[in-house]
Design a protein around this ligand. Structure first.
Ligand code: NAD
Length: 457
């Protein structure tokens, strides 16, 4: 009997779909098929591969609203966010559709001949996706990997397979040859692990928890398999007293409560310079209380539920015994009584050893702590094993630069909370990851660089 997973609507806990889980034998068959078609995909004329990726982007665009609605149903994302996410897949495909004709090598001066380099695709790439951003994170892997001439097998998270399955169908509809991009819904312990152990998978592109990422990296070592890791975060939002405090306080909730805090880039630690602390907290309270935490399908919704009852238990577990300063709202009646809601919650932290200050909660919880000077702010921001993102609010340009250079994180934003842009590099320092995704160089991360010397005599 086929093993299945029941997909639930996180806003209501109502069943939405029953998805068959890919078995080990089916995973092997898909990897072998991806390996079999790799040669043809690699050798296709660059302009033709580019055209197929643009066609894929066009088909995604034509289905943008359906994909967005599917994500609201499966993941509880607000409809506004879900539209952005589907649009991001389209944009990533369009951006990397310009790559096939631009996979430039170099000509390096040597004596006695010519030396040239080539960027050659790896073969089959395995992309493993978490449940928090099912569409964008899938696209950040398969877009540049396909553009560089690899074939892709992709495993969505157990909880959120629906949009990935749909993207797999749309790829075929756009004309990508069978086997070039295959979506395999299933368990991490079956499909995901097979990407690590199967010798025909030449690279694993993993996004998820630091814990699983470490296991994947260790597993890949056995075959010296290439790996990209995008892992957890505990990012700091550092607010100096000279900043526009009204702007810093008004935007802070969106930097941590977007996607109900289930965001690896969530600025879940707010550091505020002591002289501005009271004003900031007062303004933050107003902003948090006015956040619209309502039906994610409502156009006005700013925050939806958590992904699962289990995730809600993890998040509320962090709040046990912790004094909350204030919270926002969350629906708890009508059709939403059974949904996985947690209100946006603000905690005052006075000790950097507290789990709520150190650990990734991955829910709508933010901890606020005062600091005295720039040196202390940077030290506290860096006092974490993570290093993914962060924000700095100040009107002092020199300070903005010093702190941006001082914070050990891959993605920083000054006087803003910039989200990920597909045309700039994204990735983590320390235990937030290994390698970079997106930006102009992403296709190269799915290639080997080959050097060829040709003697002239
Ligand atoms: P997770 O690590 O539990 O799972 C991620 C994926 O790995 C899922 O598809 C899962 O099925 C699979 N998996 C689980 N065990 C596996 C194994 N042994 N071998 C291979 N694959 C396996 O993470 P999650 O709970 O789905 O996602 C939340 C985490 O992802 C958070 O820690 C978050 O910070 C992180 N995240 C990081 C980024 C980033 O870009 N840095 C982006 C989004 C999420």
């Amino acid at each position: 009997m086929t093993d299945t997973h029941t997909v639930l609507n996180p806003a209501t806990a109502a069943p939405v779909a029953e998805i068959a889980l890919t078995t080990l034998a089916e995973t092997d068959a898909a990897i072998e098929r991806a390996a079999a078609v790799f040669g043809a995909w690699r050798d296709i004329a660059p302009g033709e591969r580019a055209r197929l990726l643009r066609a894929f982007a066009t088909v995604v665009d034509a289905h943008l609203e359906d994909l967005a609605r599917l994500e609201v149903l499966n993941s509880g994302h607000t409809i506004g966010n879900a539209r952005w996410e589907a649009g991001n897949v389209r944009d990533v495909l369009n951006y990397y559709s310009a790559a096939p004709e631009r996979m430039f090598g170099r000509q390096i001066p040597v004596a006695g001949g010519v030396d040239v380099t080539f960027h050659e695709p790896l073969g089959v790439v395995g992309v493993i996706v978490p449940w928090n951003f099912p569409m964008p994170i899938a696209g950040w892997g398969f877009g540049p990997a396909l553009a560089a001439g690899n074939t892709v097998v992709l495993k969505p998270a157990e909880l959120t397979p629906l949009t990935a399955i749909r993207l797999g169908e749309l790829a075929l509809e756009a004309g990508l040859p069978e086997g070039v991009f295959t979506v395999l819904p299933g368990k991490g312990s079956v499909v995901g692990e097979r990407f690590v152990t199967h010798p025909l998978v030449r690279k694993v592109c993993f996004t998820g928890s630091t814990e699983v990422g470490k296991r994947i990296m260790a597993g890949c070592a056995d075959q010296v398999k290439r790996v990209t890791l995008e892992l957890g975060g505990k990012s700091a939002n550092v607010v100096f007293a000279d900043a526009d405090i009204a702007k810093a306080a008004a935007t802070a909730p969106y930097a941590v409560f977007d996607n109900a805090g289930q965001d690896c880039c969530a600025r879940s630690r707010i550091l505020v310079q002591r002289s501005a602390y009271d004003e900031f907290l007062g303004r933050l309270e107003t902003a948090v209380r006015s956040l619209r935490v309502i039906d994610p399908a409502d156009e006005a919704s700013e925050m939806g539920p958590l992904i699962s009852a289990q995730q809600r238990a993890v998040v509320t577990g962090y709040l046990d015994g912790v004094e909350t300063a204030f919270t926002g709202a969350a629906p708890d009646d009508g059709g939403f009584a059974e949904g996985f809601w947690v209100p946006p919650t603000v905690v005052l932290a006075d000790d950097p050893a507290l789990p709520i200050w150190r650990e990734e909660v991955f829910g709508p919880v933010v901890a606020v702590m005062p600091f005295d000077d720039e040196e202390e702010a940077v030290r506290l921001a860096n006092d974490t094993e993570y290093g993914l993102s962060g924000s700095i609010f100040t009107r002092d340009l020199g300070r903005a630069l010093r702190v941006a250079r001082g914070v050990e994180a891959g993605n920083l934003s000054v006087n803003s909370h910039s989200s990920v842009r597909y045309w700039t590099p994204f990735g983590g320092y320390k235990q937030s990851g290994l390698g970079r995704e997106l930006g102009p160089d992403a296709p190269n991360a799915f290639t080997e660089e080959k050097n060829v010397f040709i003697a002239q005599d």
